[in-house]
Design a protein around this ligand. Structure first.
Ligand code: PMP
Length: 306
């Protein structure tokens, strides 16, 4: 990874290499931590963080769900991220920001009420998550053999570190089988989400994406729905089955890191033209116009760093 200069930890900036934790930190053993994934784009007017307040609010809400009491307000954490981008003097690529709250050192055993809460904001330069070629030509998706953890035994709306074991197993399997990314179904066989992104398909000119019944409430998915409304594209939120995907006209993934990544192939079935479809391209183009500050209508989603 591209190391940066500073990390914000519990209210102070420290050198990147000094941001360390004890091996007996509670989260390392029992997996209760919450994260965000936020992005700052290098626009013509300098770096701008996309939908900052929504990401930070989701962090705070994820923490509430998993009983982690973050001792900072959303406003304080927003400011920490703005200061972090300023202080690191990034010059090259777009920047990924990783807000993180976890349980530190001092208490062992599953019961975590007395474990200290540590709050950290890191940021580093990071290119396209699924590759530049993926953004242009599409990726190959494998439906995972494991289903997404059920709502009866996990909290999928929390962006909780614990949920990523499920994602990690699915992603590893997909790559090991020669694919680029995994799509997880829910325990009823309907599309839940990819290992780190949400799913859209196009059929007969209509954009279809599942409700967030068994997925993270994705901020990028919400943005795509707003873009579609702006472009007069019909959007339907309903459950999707595996075989519907195989005969979709187009498909793509959405996420802060994945951005708008076309899906060229699912389980050895070519999707549509087997590359980026026309509606995907239209939405992707507008998404990049928005995040790079080239679209006045949605410029309010950007927090410019001066
Ligand atoms: N689902 C999962 C499991 C994710 O990790 C992500 C990435 N944060 C998403 C969906 C997409 O969410 P967002 O658009 O808010 O980044």
């Amino acid at each position: 990874m591209n190391a940066a200069k500073y990390i914000w930890m519990n209210g102070k900036f420290i050198n990147w290499d000094d941001a360390k934790v004890h091996v007996l930190s509670h989260t390392i053993h029992y997996g209760n931590g919450v994260i965000e994934g936020t992005k700052a784009y290098k626009t013509e007017k300098g770096y701008a963080i996309f939908r900052l307040n929504e990401h930070t609010t989701r962090l705070k809400e994820s923490a509430k769900m998993t009983l982690i009491d973050i001792p900072y307000s959303v406003e304080e954490m927003n400011q920490a991220q703005i200061d972090l981008i300023k202080k690191n003097d990034f010059v090259g690529d777009n920047v990924y920001i990783r807000p993180f709250a976890f349980l530190g050192y001092g208490v062992m055993g599953v019961y975590h009420k007395d474990a200290p809460v540590e709050t950290v904001m890191s940021a580093w330069e990071w290119g396209a998550y699924l590759g530049e070629d993926g953004l242009k030509n599409g990726i190959r998706l494998k439906i995972a053999s494991m289903t997404r953890a059920a709502n009866t035994s996990s909290m999928g709306k929390a962006k909780a570190t614990a949920n990523y074991l499920n994602s990690q197993m699915a992603k590893y399997e997909a790559i090991d089988c020669g694919y680029d990314e995994a799509l997880l179904l829910d325990d009823q066989g309907y599309v839940a989400e990819a290992s780190g992104a949400c799913f859209f398909m196009v059929k007969h000119g209509e954009l279809i994406t599942p409700p967030n019944d068994n997925s993270l409430a994705s901020i990028t998915q919400k943005m795509v729905i707003e873009i579609a409304e702006f472009l007069d594209i019909k959007v339907t939120r309903r459950r999707i089955t595996r075989e519907e995907i195989y005969v979709a006209d187009e498909a793509f993934l959405t996420g802060t890191a994945a951005e708008i990544t076309p899906v060229a192939n699912v389980d050895a079935r070519e999707i549509g033209c087997g590359s980026r479809g026309p509606m995907t391209e239209q939405i992707q183009t507008m998404y990049f116009d928005i995040v790079f500050g080239r679209c006045e209508t949605f410029e309010h989603y950007l927090t410019y760093i001066d």
